[in-house]
Ligand binder design. Sequence first.
Ligand code: 13P
Ligand code: SF4
Length: 301
Amino acid sequence: MSLVEKIKQLKKEKNAVILAHCYQNIEIDEVADYVGDSLYLSRCAAKTDADIIVFAGVYFMAETAKILSPNKKVLIPSKHAGCFMADTVNLKQIREFKEEHKGTPVVCYVNSSAEVKSEADICCTSANAVSVVKSLGAKEVLFVPDMHLGSYINSELKDVNVICYPGFCPTHARILPEAVLKAREEYPDAKILAHPECRQEVLKLVDFIGSTSAIIKYVKESSEKEFVIATEKGVADRLQRDCKDKKIILIEDSVICSNMKIIELEDVYNALKEDIYEVTVSDKIRTAALQSIEKMVSISG
Ligand code: 13P
Ligand code: SF4
């Protein structure tokens, strides 16, 4: 029996569901029940009636699934699948940031730990960040931890002052304006699409700014034939697989999240077979973090 078949059999036996982020190695899709961006996967985690959720993604995503489905066993196939951006802010640092700007509402990007979420008023993902900040109706908000996404929100909502924590994603920050200019020269007919975790200087030069799901939707629905993708490689790989009639170019070969790519099919198999690695969140943190996640989920439908 192949590894894929073994995983599928174990899934049935254990009533498990596999959620996979679009940045995962593409072969994980063969066993995944749901593949998508972090907002979509949060919704899947909240709705599933499986007993076990295997989260093929990074730790904060699995933790979010546990917060939304506390009675399910949530497993992450590698305990090394962290997120550099999430690790840029801890409980002490968010408390200090709040203290410096007392009374200002805090919006927390889901790319953060449960502890950090527990200190926020509301969460957001890249798919709903602008509408979440807008929904607060505040003149000023604190945004943690991604300063690039925060700056993007600032540019979209002129009447809100978004005060950004200085965190960032090294994978997206690796993309420089020069790469966009080079891609324009090499592929003059291509549309260039970027994730809002990219630098402002990059976002200013592209044709479309959107979350993982928005980029995928744009390419699939477009009548254009060439696209340069300025986000993680997994998005470009899946688009090329699904849109055979289109040319998909990853802006630079190095736009790879090494943490996302740690997980292999073998790890998914071991996770299911051995029930490892279980993700846990204390009740106190979970209750507080849940409030800010639920507020987000209710706003984004
Ligand atoms: P999405 O919210 O678009 O899934 O992105 C998650 C992420 O980690 C981006 O770097
Ligand atoms: Fe974190 Fe960046 Fe990887 Fe996304 S791409 S999981 S933000 S390190």
